[in-house]
Write a protein that binds this ligand. Structure first.
Ligand code: MSP
Length: 512
Protein backbone atom coordinates (compact mmCIF):
# COMPACT_ATOMS: atom_id res chain seq x y z
CA UNK A 1 0.00 0.00 0.00
CA UNK A 2 1.58 3.36 -0.92
CA UNK A 3 1.71 5.65 2.07
CA UNK A 4 0.51 9.21 1.78
CA UNK A 5 3.20 11.73 2.53
CA UNK A 6 2.38 15.43 2.62
CA UNK A 7 5.30 17.77 3.20
CA UNK A 8 5.22 21.56 3.43
CA UNK A 9 8.00 24.12 3.77
CA UNK A 10 7.99 27.56 5.32
CA UNK A 11 6.73 30.12 2.81
CA UNK A 12 9.34 32.81 2.22
CA UNK A 13 8.84 36.52 2.62
CA UNK A 14 9.06 38.25 -0.72
CA UNK A 15 10.77 41.38 0.58
CA UNK A 16 13.88 40.48 -1.43
CA UNK A 17 15.38 37.88 -3.75
CA UNK A 18 15.73 34.27 -2.58
CA UNK A 19 18.96 33.57 -0.71
CA UNK A 20 20.89 30.45 0.14
CA UNK A 21 18.96 29.87 3.42
CA UNK A 22 15.69 29.77 1.50
CA UNK A 23 17.22 27.56 -1.18
CA UNK A 24 18.58 25.10 1.39
CA UNK A 25 15.19 24.51 2.95
CA UNK A 26 13.50 23.96 -0.39
CA UNK A 27 16.26 21.63 -1.62
CA UNK A 28 16.04 19.66 1.61
CA UNK A 29 12.29 19.37 1.18
CA UNK A 30 12.75 18.24 -2.40
CA UNK A 31 15.27 15.59 -1.41
CA UNK A 32 12.96 14.30 1.32
CA UNK A 33 9.97 14.01 -1.01
CA UNK A 34 11.95 12.53 -3.89
CA UNK A 35 13.20 9.89 -1.50
CA UNK A 36 9.63 9.10 -0.42
CA UNK A 37 8.55 8.86 -4.06
CA UNK A 38 11.42 6.47 -4.62
CA UNK A 39 9.82 4.23 -2.00
CA UNK A 40 6.56 4.34 -3.94
CA UNK A 41 4.75 6.73 -1.58
CA UNK A 42 1.94 9.00 -2.68
CA UNK A 43 3.61 12.37 -2.13
CA UNK A 44 2.27 15.90 -2.02
CA UNK A 45 4.84 18.69 -1.75
CA UNK A 46 3.73 22.22 -0.98
CA UNK A 47 5.89 25.34 -0.95
CA UNK A 48 5.40 28.98 -1.76
CA UNK A 49 5.69 32.60 -0.67
CA UNK A 50 4.39 34.80 2.13
CA UNK A 51 3.33 38.05 0.55
CA UNK A 52 1.52 40.18 3.10
CA UNK A 53 2.74 42.27 6.03
CA UNK A 54 4.67 45.38 6.84
CA UNK A 55 8.06 44.17 5.58
CA UNK A 56 6.71 43.52 2.10
CA UNK A 57 4.73 46.76 2.07
CA UNK A 58 7.85 48.72 3.05
CA UNK A 59 10.02 46.99 0.43
CA UNK A 60 7.42 47.68 -2.26
CA UNK A 61 7.36 51.35 -1.30
CA UNK A 62 11.13 51.51 -1.49
CA UNK A 63 11.06 49.92 -4.94
CA UNK A 64 8.42 52.44 -6.04
CA UNK A 65 5.91 49.71 -6.88
CA UNK A 66 2.46 48.78 -5.64
CA UNK A 67 2.58 45.95 -3.12
CA UNK A 68 0.91 43.60 -5.58
CA UNK A 69 3.27 44.46 -8.46
CA UNK A 70 6.23 44.04 -6.14
CA UNK A 71 4.97 40.63 -4.94
CA UNK A 72 4.38 39.49 -8.51
CA UNK A 73 7.93 40.40 -9.43
CA UNK A 74 9.66 38.79 -6.45
CA UNK A 75 7.42 35.71 -6.42
CA UNK A 76 8.47 35.09 -10.01
CA UNK A 77 12.13 35.21 -8.96
CA UNK A 78 11.47 32.57 -6.31
CA UNK A 79 9.53 30.40 -8.69
CA UNK A 80 12.19 30.67 -11.40
CA UNK A 81 14.98 29.69 -9.04
CA UNK A 82 12.98 26.74 -7.66
CA UNK A 83 12.42 25.54 -11.18
CA UNK A 84 16.09 25.88 -12.03
CA UNK A 85 16.98 23.86 -8.92
CA UNK A 86 14.59 21.14 -10.06
CA UNK A 87 12.15 21.34 -7.17
CA UNK A 88 9.33 18.89 -7.66
CA UNK A 89 6.67 20.73 -5.67
CA UNK A 90 3.08 19.92 -6.51
CA UNK A 91 1.87 23.40 -5.73
CA UNK A 92 3.33 26.86 -5.24
CA UNK A 93 1.39 28.90 -2.69
CA UNK A 94 0.95 32.64 -2.88
CA UNK A 95 -0.87 34.17 0.07
CA UNK A 96 -2.32 36.85 -2.22
CA UNK A 97 -4.19 34.11 -4.08
CA UNK A 98 -7.99 34.62 -3.75
CA UNK A 99 -8.58 30.99 -2.61
CA UNK A 100 -6.22 31.48 0.28
CA UNK A 101 -7.67 34.85 1.24
CA UNK A 102 -11.20 33.44 1.34
CA UNK A 103 -10.02 30.49 3.40
CA UNK A 104 -8.29 32.77 5.94
CA UNK A 105 -11.41 34.91 6.28
CA UNK A 106 -13.54 31.81 6.80
CA UNK A 107 -11.21 30.63 9.58
CA UNK A 108 -11.33 34.03 11.26
CA UNK A 109 -15.11 34.14 11.07
CA UNK A 110 -15.35 30.66 12.52
CA UNK A 111 -13.09 31.53 15.46
CA UNK A 112 -14.94 34.80 16.01
CA UNK A 113 -18.30 32.98 16.05
CA UNK A 114 -16.90 30.52 18.59
CA UNK A 115 -15.89 33.36 20.91
CA UNK A 116 -12.17 32.70 20.46
CA UNK A 117 -11.44 36.29 19.38
CA UNK A 118 -11.92 39.50 21.39
CA UNK A 119 -11.19 43.23 20.97
CA UNK A 120 -9.06 45.42 23.26
CA UNK A 121 -6.78 48.42 23.41
CA UNK A 122 -3.16 47.32 23.39
CA UNK A 123 -0.03 49.16 24.26
CA UNK A 124 3.33 47.62 23.49
CA UNK A 125 6.48 47.30 21.41
CA UNK A 126 6.41 46.22 17.78
CA UNK A 127 9.15 44.79 15.58
CA UNK A 128 8.44 45.08 11.85
CA UNK A 129 11.40 42.87 11.00
CA UNK A 130 9.97 39.96 13.01
CA UNK A 131 6.41 41.09 12.27
CA UNK A 132 5.44 40.67 15.92
CA UNK A 133 4.81 42.42 19.20
CA UNK A 134 7.68 42.04 21.64
CA UNK A 135 7.95 42.68 25.34
CA UNK A 136 10.77 43.83 27.58
CA UNK A 137 11.33 40.15 28.38
CA UNK A 138 12.68 39.78 24.84
CA UNK A 139 15.48 42.26 25.48
CA UNK A 140 19.02 41.10 26.09
CA UNK A 141 21.07 43.29 28.44
CA UNK A 142 18.44 46.01 28.14
CA UNK A 143 18.66 46.07 24.32
CA UNK A 144 16.55 44.61 21.52
CA UNK A 145 18.45 41.78 19.83
CA UNK A 146 19.46 42.25 16.18
CA UNK A 147 16.73 39.85 14.92
CA UNK A 148 14.05 42.42 15.85
CA UNK A 149 15.60 45.33 13.91
CA UNK A 150 13.98 48.64 14.84
CA UNK A 151 11.42 48.27 17.66
CA UNK A 152 8.75 50.96 18.05
CA UNK A 153 6.23 51.65 20.79
CA UNK A 154 2.59 51.47 19.68
CA UNK A 155 -0.79 51.97 21.28
CA UNK A 156 -3.77 50.77 19.34
CA UNK A 157 -6.97 48.76 19.64
CA UNK A 158 -6.75 45.29 18.12
CA UNK A 159 -8.31 41.85 17.93
CA UNK A 160 -6.85 39.05 20.03
CA UNK A 161 -7.03 35.29 19.73
CA UNK A 162 -7.40 33.42 23.04
CA UNK A 163 -4.13 31.57 22.88
CA UNK A 164 -3.44 31.40 26.60
CA UNK A 165 -6.52 29.29 27.24
CA UNK A 166 -4.82 26.44 25.33
CA UNK A 167 -1.42 26.56 26.99
CA UNK A 168 -1.93 23.53 29.26
CA UNK A 169 -3.46 21.52 26.47
CA UNK A 170 -0.50 22.29 24.20
CA UNK A 171 2.07 21.35 26.81
CA UNK A 172 0.34 18.05 27.41
CA UNK A 173 0.04 17.40 23.68
CA UNK A 174 3.79 17.83 23.20
CA UNK A 175 4.52 15.61 26.19
CA UNK A 176 2.21 12.92 24.80
CA UNK A 177 3.69 13.10 21.28
CA UNK A 178 7.45 12.74 21.61
CA UNK A 179 7.96 12.78 17.82
CA UNK A 180 6.00 15.96 17.22
CA UNK A 181 9.13 18.11 17.13
CA UNK A 182 12.39 16.99 15.50
CA UNK A 183 15.23 17.13 16.56
CA UNK A 184 14.48 16.32 20.19
CA UNK A 185 16.53 19.20 21.61
CA UNK A 186 14.16 21.63 19.89
CA UNK A 187 11.24 19.92 21.61
CA UNK A 188 12.88 20.61 24.95
CA UNK A 189 13.21 24.27 24.03
CA UNK A 190 9.51 24.45 23.28
CA UNK A 191 8.61 22.75 26.55
CA UNK A 192 10.88 25.20 28.39
CA UNK A 193 9.18 28.16 26.65
CA UNK A 194 5.81 26.80 27.72
CA UNK A 195 6.87 27.07 31.37
CA UNK A 196 6.14 30.81 31.05
CA UNK A 197 2.73 32.32 30.30
CA UNK A 198 2.20 32.63 26.55
CA UNK A 199 -0.45 35.37 26.60
CA UNK A 200 -3.02 35.90 23.88
CA UNK A 201 -2.15 36.61 20.26
CA UNK A 202 -2.84 39.92 18.58
CA UNK A 203 -4.20 38.89 15.18
CA UNK A 204 -5.03 42.22 13.59
CA UNK A 205 -3.36 45.42 12.43
CA UNK A 206 -5.39 48.59 11.89
CA UNK A 207 -5.51 49.51 8.20
CA UNK A 208 -4.43 53.01 9.16
CA UNK A 209 -1.00 51.51 9.93
CA UNK A 210 -0.83 48.59 7.54
CA UNK A 211 -2.91 48.14 4.44
CA UNK A 212 -1.23 45.16 2.90
CA UNK A 213 -3.12 42.22 4.36
CA UNK A 214 -6.36 40.28 4.39
CA UNK A 215 -9.22 42.32 5.90
CA UNK A 216 -10.91 40.75 8.93
CA UNK A 217 -14.37 39.55 7.88
CA UNK A 218 -15.96 41.01 11.02
CA UNK A 219 -14.00 44.31 11.04
CA UNK A 220 -13.00 45.40 7.55
CA UNK A 221 -10.88 48.31 8.77
CA UNK A 222 -8.35 45.84 10.17
CA UNK A 223 -6.10 43.44 8.30
CA UNK A 224 -5.01 39.99 9.50
CA UNK A 225 -1.69 39.62 11.30
CA UNK A 226 0.72 38.22 8.71
CA UNK A 227 1.65 35.09 10.69
CA UNK A 228 -1.98 34.15 11.24
CA UNK A 229 -2.53 34.55 7.49
CA UNK A 230 0.67 32.72 6.48
CA UNK A 231 0.30 29.65 8.70
CA UNK A 232 -3.09 28.94 7.18
CA UNK A 233 -1.44 28.34 3.78
CA UNK A 234 -0.78 24.79 4.94
CA UNK A 235 -4.47 23.99 4.89
CA UNK A 236 -5.81 26.48 2.38
CA UNK A 237 -3.69 25.09 -0.43
CA UNK A 238 -3.28 21.45 0.41
CA UNK A 239 -5.95 20.43 -2.09
CA UNK A 240 -9.13 21.77 -3.55
CA UNK A 241 -12.02 20.89 -1.30
CA UNK A 242 -9.86 21.01 1.76
CA UNK A 243 -8.95 20.07 4.38
CA UNK A 244 -10.23 16.54 4.37
CA UNK A 245 -8.14 15.24 1.52
CA UNK A 246 -4.43 15.83 2.16
CA UNK A 247 -4.45 17.24 5.65
CA UNK A 248 -2.81 16.63 8.13
CA UNK A 249 0.69 17.29 6.84
CA UNK A 250 3.25 14.66 7.72
CA UNK A 251 6.06 17.21 7.91
CA UNK A 252 6.29 20.96 8.26
CA UNK A 253 9.87 21.74 7.36
CA UNK A 254 11.01 25.02 8.92
CA UNK A 255 14.07 26.86 10.21
CA UNK A 256 14.86 27.19 13.90
CA UNK A 257 13.94 30.89 13.98
CA UNK A 258 10.28 30.23 13.25
CA UNK A 259 9.63 27.32 15.59
CA UNK A 260 8.84 29.34 18.71
CA UNK A 261 6.26 30.80 18.87
CA UNK A 262 4.85 30.58 15.32
CA UNK A 263 4.90 26.86 14.52
CA UNK A 264 5.12 25.30 17.96
CA UNK A 265 2.61 27.55 19.74
CA UNK A 266 0.35 29.62 17.45
CA UNK A 267 -0.22 27.04 14.77
CA UNK A 268 -1.13 23.98 16.89
CA UNK A 269 -3.50 26.14 18.91
CA UNK A 270 -5.08 27.68 15.81
CA UNK A 271 -5.70 24.19 14.45
CA UNK A 272 -7.10 22.93 17.73
CA UNK A 273 -9.46 25.91 17.97
CA UNK A 274 -10.55 25.34 14.37
CA UNK A 275 -11.23 21.69 15.07
CA UNK A 276 -8.51 20.50 12.65
CA UNK A 277 -5.92 17.80 13.20
CA UNK A 278 -2.34 18.75 14.05
CA UNK A 279 0.53 18.06 11.62
CA UNK A 280 2.44 14.88 12.44
CA UNK A 281 5.85 16.49 12.76
CA UNK A 282 7.72 19.78 12.78
CA UNK A 283 11.17 19.19 11.31
CA UNK A 284 13.45 22.04 12.31
CA UNK A 285 16.65 22.80 10.43
CA UNK A 286 19.53 25.08 11.41
CA UNK A 287 20.98 28.12 9.69
CA UNK A 288 23.50 28.65 6.97
CA UNK A 289 26.02 31.09 8.31
CA UNK A 290 28.37 33.41 6.47
CA UNK A 291 31.65 33.60 8.41
CA UNK A 292 29.92 32.76 11.67
CA UNK A 293 26.98 35.19 11.25
CA UNK A 294 23.42 34.25 10.25
CA UNK A 295 22.76 35.08 6.66
CA UNK A 296 19.95 37.57 6.44
CA UNK A 297 18.66 40.24 4.12
CA UNK A 298 18.49 42.78 6.91
CA UNK A 299 22.15 42.27 7.85
CA UNK A 300 23.19 42.35 4.17
CA UNK A 301 25.45 39.26 4.22
CA UNK A 302 23.26 36.95 2.19
CA UNK A 303 24.67 34.50 -0.30
CA UNK A 304 22.89 34.50 -3.63
CA UNK A 305 22.50 30.91 -4.87
CA UNK A 306 22.13 31.94 -8.47
CA UNK A 307 25.79 32.35 -9.53
CA UNK A 308 26.59 28.93 -8.04
CA UNK A 309 23.77 27.35 -10.00
CA UNK A 310 24.77 29.14 -13.18
CA UNK A 311 28.45 28.21 -12.94
CA UNK A 312 28.32 24.73 -11.45
CA UNK A 313 24.77 23.56 -12.22
CA UNK A 314 21.81 23.00 -9.92
CA UNK A 315 22.96 19.58 -8.72
CA UNK A 316 26.28 20.94 -7.45
CA UNK A 317 24.46 23.31 -5.11
CA UNK A 318 21.96 20.63 -4.11
CA UNK A 319 24.77 18.22 -3.31
CA UNK A 320 26.82 20.74 -1.39
CA UNK A 321 24.07 21.86 0.96
CA UNK A 322 22.91 18.30 1.59
CA UNK A 323 26.43 16.98 2.17
CA UNK A 324 27.72 19.83 4.34
CA UNK A 325 24.84 20.31 6.74
CA UNK A 326 23.67 17.89 9.36
CA UNK A 327 19.91 18.48 9.58
CA UNK A 328 19.17 20.52 12.69
CA UNK A 329 22.67 22.00 13.09
CA UNK A 330 24.14 25.20 11.66
CA UNK A 331 26.80 25.19 8.95
CA UNK A 332 29.15 27.72 7.40
CA UNK A 333 29.07 28.35 3.66
CA UNK A 334 32.44 29.09 2.09
CA UNK A 335 33.60 29.09 -1.51
CA UNK A 336 36.58 26.94 -0.63
CA UNK A 337 34.41 24.18 0.77
CA UNK A 338 32.07 24.44 -2.20
CA UNK A 339 34.89 24.15 -4.74
CA UNK A 340 36.46 21.30 -2.82
CA UNK A 341 33.23 19.26 -2.85
CA UNK A 342 32.62 20.03 -6.49
CA UNK A 343 36.06 18.94 -7.52
CA UNK A 344 36.61 15.98 -5.30
CA UNK A 345 33.17 14.42 -4.68
CA UNK A 346 31.34 15.33 -7.85
CA UNK A 347 33.93 15.71 -10.60
CA UNK A 348 36.46 13.10 -9.39
CA UNK A 349 34.49 10.44 -7.51
CA UNK A 350 31.22 10.38 -9.42
CA UNK A 351 31.83 12.20 -12.70
CA UNK A 352 35.08 10.44 -13.39
CA UNK A 353 33.71 6.98 -12.64
CA UNK A 354 30.97 7.49 -15.22
CA UNK A 355 33.37 9.02 -17.71
CA UNK A 356 35.97 6.30 -17.62
CA UNK A 357 33.58 3.36 -17.28
CA UNK A 358 31.50 4.35 -20.29
CA UNK A 359 34.51 5.48 -22.35
CA UNK A 360 36.13 2.07 -21.90
CA UNK A 361 32.93 0.33 -23.03
CA UNK A 362 32.97 2.53 -26.13
CA UNK A 363 36.66 1.97 -26.74
CA UNK A 364 37.01 -1.74 -26.02
CA UNK A 365 33.54 -3.06 -26.85
CA UNK A 366 32.23 -0.66 -29.51
CA UNK A 367 29.76 0.84 -27.04
CA UNK A 368 27.96 -2.44 -26.31
CA UNK A 369 27.85 -3.50 -22.64
CA UNK A 370 29.35 -7.01 -22.57
CA UNK A 371 27.72 -10.00 -20.91
CA UNK A 372 29.20 -11.13 -17.62
CA UNK A 373 30.15 -14.80 -17.58
CA UNK A 374 28.91 -15.76 -14.07
CA UNK A 375 31.43 -18.59 -13.61
CA UNK A 376 34.49 -16.36 -13.54
CA UNK A 377 33.36 -13.75 -11.02
CA UNK A 378 35.84 -12.89 -8.28
CA UNK A 379 35.06 -11.62 -4.74
CA UNK A 380 36.04 -8.16 -5.97
CA UNK A 381 33.23 -8.21 -8.57
CA UNK A 382 30.78 -9.70 -6.09
CA UNK A 383 31.49 -7.03 -3.46
CA UNK A 384 30.03 -4.38 -5.70
CA UNK A 385 26.73 -6.25 -5.88
CA UNK A 386 26.18 -6.02 -2.16
CA UNK A 387 22.90 -4.54 -0.91
CA UNK A 388 24.66 -3.15 2.17
CA UNK A 389 24.99 0.35 0.75
CA UNK A 390 21.27 0.49 -0.05
CA UNK A 391 20.36 -0.57 3.47
CA UNK A 392 22.69 1.96 5.07
CA UNK A 393 21.54 4.69 2.71
CA UNK A 394 17.89 4.01 3.42
CA UNK A 395 18.39 3.87 7.18
CA UNK A 396 20.21 7.21 7.17
CA UNK A 397 17.52 8.82 5.00
CA UNK A 398 14.82 7.57 7.35
CA UNK A 399 16.71 9.07 10.30
CA UNK A 400 16.86 12.36 8.30
CA UNK A 401 20.65 12.11 8.25
CA UNK A 402 21.05 12.98 4.61
CA UNK A 403 24.73 13.88 4.93
CA UNK A 404 25.36 10.39 6.34
CA UNK A 405 23.32 8.77 3.58
CA UNK A 406 25.59 10.55 1.09
CA UNK A 407 28.70 9.43 2.94
CA UNK A 408 27.57 5.82 2.45
CA UNK A 409 27.07 6.37 -1.26
CA UNK A 410 30.45 8.02 -1.61
CA UNK A 411 32.13 5.15 0.20
CA UNK A 412 30.59 2.88 -2.43
CA UNK A 413 31.83 5.18 -5.19
CA UNK A 414 35.32 5.03 -3.77
CA UNK A 415 35.11 1.26 -3.73
CA UNK A 416 34.06 1.33 -7.39
CA UNK A 417 36.94 3.63 -8.33
CA UNK A 418 39.40 1.36 -6.55
CA UNK A 419 37.91 -1.54 -8.47
CA UNK A 420 38.80 0.21 -11.71
CA UNK A 421 42.39 0.69 -10.51
CA UNK A 422 42.74 -2.87 -9.27
CA UNK A 423 41.19 -4.43 -12.35
CA UNK A 424 43.14 -2.17 -14.74
CA UNK A 425 40.93 -2.77 -17.83
CA UNK A 426 43.52 -0.97 -20.00
CA UNK A 427 45.93 -3.84 -19.26
CA UNK A 428 43.29 -6.53 -19.76
CA UNK A 429 42.51 -5.02 -23.17
CA UNK A 430 46.04 -5.72 -24.36
CA UNK A 431 45.76 -9.49 -24.04
CA UNK A 432 43.00 -11.31 -26.00
CA UNK A 433 43.18 -14.27 -23.57
CA UNK A 434 41.91 -11.92 -20.86
CA UNK A 435 38.88 -10.81 -22.89
CA UNK A 436 36.32 -12.62 -20.65
CA UNK A 437 37.82 -10.87 -17.61
CA UNK A 438 37.53 -7.51 -19.38
CA UNK A 439 33.88 -8.32 -20.13
CA UNK A 440 33.25 -8.89 -16.43
CA UNK A 441 34.87 -5.64 -15.39
CA UNK A 442 33.11 -3.50 -18.00
CA UNK A 443 29.68 -5.06 -17.40
CA UNK A 444 30.13 -4.67 -13.64
CA UNK A 445 31.06 -1.01 -14.03
CA UNK A 446 28.08 -0.28 -16.28
CA UNK A 447 25.76 -1.72 -13.69
CA UNK A 448 27.50 0.10 -10.81
CA UNK A 449 27.05 3.38 -12.69
CA UNK A 450 23.36 2.63 -13.19
CA UNK A 451 22.75 1.80 -9.53
CA UNK A 452 24.59 4.90 -8.28
CA UNK A 453 22.44 6.99 -10.63
CA UNK A 454 19.38 5.47 -8.94
CA UNK A 455 20.71 5.95 -5.42
CA UNK A 456 21.77 9.56 -5.94
CA UNK A 457 18.64 10.59 -7.83
CA UNK A 458 16.91 12.35 -4.94
CA UNK A 459 19.91 14.63 -4.40
CA UNK A 460 21.25 14.86 -7.99
CA UNK A 461 18.14 14.43 -10.15
CA UNK A 462 19.49 16.17 -13.25
CA UNK A 463 22.71 14.19 -13.15
CA UNK A 464 20.90 10.88 -12.79
CA UNK A 465 18.79 11.74 -15.81
CA UNK A 466 21.91 12.53 -17.82
CA UNK A 467 23.48 9.22 -16.81
CA UNK A 468 20.32 7.38 -17.81
CA UNK A 469 20.42 9.11 -21.19
CA UNK A 470 24.03 7.97 -21.66
CA UNK A 471 22.95 4.43 -20.76
CA UNK A 472 20.08 4.68 -23.27
CA UNK A 473 17.63 4.02 -20.45
CA UNK A 474 14.27 5.81 -20.43
CA UNK A 475 13.44 8.19 -17.58
CA UNK A 476 9.99 7.40 -16.24
CA UNK A 477 8.43 8.08 -12.81
CA UNK A 478 9.56 4.57 -11.87
CA UNK A 479 13.17 4.81 -13.08
CA UNK A 480 14.61 5.98 -9.80
CA UNK A 481 12.60 3.83 -7.42
CA UNK A 482 14.91 2.54 -4.71
CA UNK A 483 14.04 -1.03 -5.74
CA UNK A 484 15.79 -0.28 -9.07
CA UNK A 485 19.09 0.09 -7.20
CA UNK A 486 19.31 -3.67 -6.75
CA UNK A 487 22.27 -4.99 -8.72
CA UNK A 488 21.15 -6.57 -11.99
CA UNK A 489 22.13 -7.26 -15.55
CA UNK A 490 19.75 -4.87 -17.27
CA UNK A 491 22.42 -3.38 -19.49
CA UNK A 492 24.17 -6.48 -20.77
CA UNK A 493 24.21 -6.73 -24.53
CA UNK A 494 22.76 -3.19 -24.89
CA UNK A 495 24.38 -0.16 -26.53
CA UNK A 496 25.31 2.97 -24.60
CA UNK A 497 26.27 6.50 -25.68
CA UNK A 498 29.75 8.01 -25.59
CA UNK A 499 29.89 9.94 -22.28
CA UNK A 500 30.22 13.70 -21.86
CA UNK A 501 31.61 15.08 -18.57
CA UNK A 502 28.93 15.42 -15.84
CA UNK A 503 30.85 17.97 -13.78
CA UNK A 504 33.19 19.73 -16.20
CA UNK A 505 36.30 21.56 -15.17
CA UNK A 506 35.57 25.18 -14.35
CA UNK A 507 37.98 27.82 -15.62
CA UNK A 508 39.67 29.93 -12.98
CA UNK A 509 37.96 33.20 -13.93
CA UNK A 510 34.54 31.58 -13.67
CA UNK A 511 35.37 30.12 -10.26
CA UNK A 512 36.32 33.55 -9.03
N1 MSP B 1 7.38 34.04 6.03
C1 MSP B 1 7.90 33.42 7.20
C2 MSP B 1 7.51 31.95 7.27
C3 MSP B 1 6.02 31.70 7.24
S1 MSP B 1 5.68 29.99 7.27
C4 MSP B 1 4.03 29.90 7.42
C5 MSP B 1 9.43 33.53 7.20
N2 MSP B 1 10.01 33.79 6.00
S2 MSP B 1 11.59 33.92 5.78
O1 MSP B 1 11.75 34.26 4.39
O2 MSP B 1 12.16 34.80 6.73
O3 MSP B 1 12.20 32.51 6.05
C6 MSP B 1 11.74 31.37 5.33
C7 MSP B 1 12.48 30.12 5.74
O4 MSP B 1 13.85 30.27 5.40
C8 MSP B 1 12.42 29.86 7.26
O5 MSP B 1 12.18 28.51 7.53
C9 MSP B 1 13.80 30.29 7.72
O6 MSP B 1 14.24 29.59 8.85
C10 MSP B 1 14.63 29.92 6.50
N3 MSP B 1 15.89 30.66 6.52
C11 MSP B 1 16.06 32.00 6.42
N4 MSP B 1 17.39 32.28 6.59
C12 MSP B 1 18.08 31.12 6.79
C13 MSP B 1 19.45 30.77 6.84
N5 MSP B 1 20.40 31.65 6.85
N6 MSP B 1 19.74 29.44 6.84
C14 MSP B 1 18.78 28.47 6.71
N7 MSP B 1 17.50 28.78 6.65
C15 MSP B 1 17.10 30.07 6.95
O7 MSP B 1 10.02 33.33 8.23
Amino acid sequence: MPQRYFLTTAIDYVNGRPHLGHAYEKILADVMVRHRRSLGDDVFFLTGVDEHGQKVQQSAQKAGLTSQAFCDQVSDQFRALWQRLGLSNDRFVRTTDPTHKTYVRDCLQKLHDKGEIYFKEHEGFYSARAEQFVTEKDQVDGKWPEIYGEVVQTKEPNYFFKLAAYQDWLRQYILDHPDFIFPAFRRNEVLAALENPIGDLCISRPKSRLEWGIPLPFAEDFVTYVWFDALINYVSFADPGLPTDRWPADVHLIGKDILIPAHAVYWPIMLKALGLELPRQLVVHGWWMNRGAKMSKSVGNVIDPEPYVETFGPDALRYFVMREMSLGQDADFTDDKFLQRYQSDLANDWGNLVQRSLSMIVRYRDGIVPTRPADILTPLDRDLESEATIVLFREAMEAKQIHIALQHLWAYLQQANQYVEQSAPWKLAKDPVLAPRLDVVLATLAEVVRRVAVLTASVLPHTSEKVYAMLNLPVTPESFRLSEAAYGSRLEGKPIQAPTPLFPRIEEEKKA
